[in-house]
Design a protein around this ligand. Sequence first.
Ligand code: NAD
Ligand code: TYD
Length: 342
Amino acid sequence: MKIIVTGGAGFIGSVMVQYLVNKYPEDMIINLDKLTYAGNLENLKPVEDKPNYRFVKGDIADRKFIFELFETEKPDVIINFAAESHVDRSVEHPEEFVRTNVMGTTTLLDACKAYGIKRYHQVSTDEVYGDLPLDRPDLFFTETTPLHASSPYSASKASADMFVMAYHRTFGIPVTISRCSNNYGQYQFPEKLIPLMISRALADEQLPVYGDGANVRDWLHVEDHCQAIDLIVRNGREGEIYNIGGHNERTNLQVVKTILAALDKPESLIKYVKDRPGHDRRYAIDPEKLTKELGWKPQYNFDTGIRQTIEWYLDNKSWWERIISGEYQNYFKEMYKDRVTD
Ligand code: NAD
Ligand code: TYD
């Protein structure tokens, strides 16, 4: 099989590419990525010389490029990770989210329609469901929960999902969608909560916790996410949506305190700052469809996964130090200018 993984130089995509290249030596894995600020070819070092791996630089919203790529490569499977993925950035600059997340997805779907495909898989997010109230721990997102996006990011992902389902119904494209909870693990860009807090705590800098820190996220290790996607792509039913999550709900404050304790740093580093506008209160996934239908089971729980992740960031300081010493400094200054003082 020839599989194009889009966004394969980003956090989750690069773990997926490594997983597929190692697990399926008979398959050809093409990593298609625009290399935005979030794309980093260093993430692919462990597989870059493998004969069943290739990198192609390109933009999923560039129609001419995508059609030419389909014409020459004739892929069997597309797994679409490519996206603008950070909620805070979407609040500042929504237009790039529409271009990549919506137009990029429809461009890929049009190419699938023109050239044929065995499976198009859309990597989506639980954020399309909006949020759950904090005082109803009995409620979870299921695949039939109505879409109720809160941020420009989640609105763009929900919109893309609707196009994917529309192309299935109208043109018969064989699609699947997965909606996963928050990921953490190796190679996550340090704009996101966990790597941001690890890198700043190690430098004894303030840790900006939005609002009261009581917002809840359902954390899943990136390797468990990738394993689930592989199962869905190979065994999932066409036209179906699968939620992915492992029942690891934590408040942001719990996450930050866990990181501080593991690094032996004081809680006085925590700084409560101005809340994110539209901030979703709680995400929580019911993964029953995936576990019952496809037999998926996560390998990590939050306690084992966060330990492995912190160790990875300690062992790979040069990876993230290079990132935070570049353009990232301007990003942090701009994004946090009204929030932190250092
Ligand atoms: P990321 O920001 O780390 O990586 C995104 C990658 O896409 C980068 O390599 C970037 O260069 C590439 N890209 C961006 N625009 C592109 C374009 N126009 N054409 C080609 N490549 C482009 O993101 P991530 O956290 O790895 O998320 C990957 C996917 O998983 C996204 O679709 C996201 O919505 C989804 N998701 C993420 C999470 C999470 O917790 N991170 C959870 C559920 C779902
Ligand atoms: P994030 O990693 O941006 O993921 P998402 O918004 O997609 O869930 O944020 C996770 C949670 O952490 C979210 O509730 C916002 C909060 N947060 C902070 O409190 N401070 C920060 O500096 C960041 C980046 C996030």
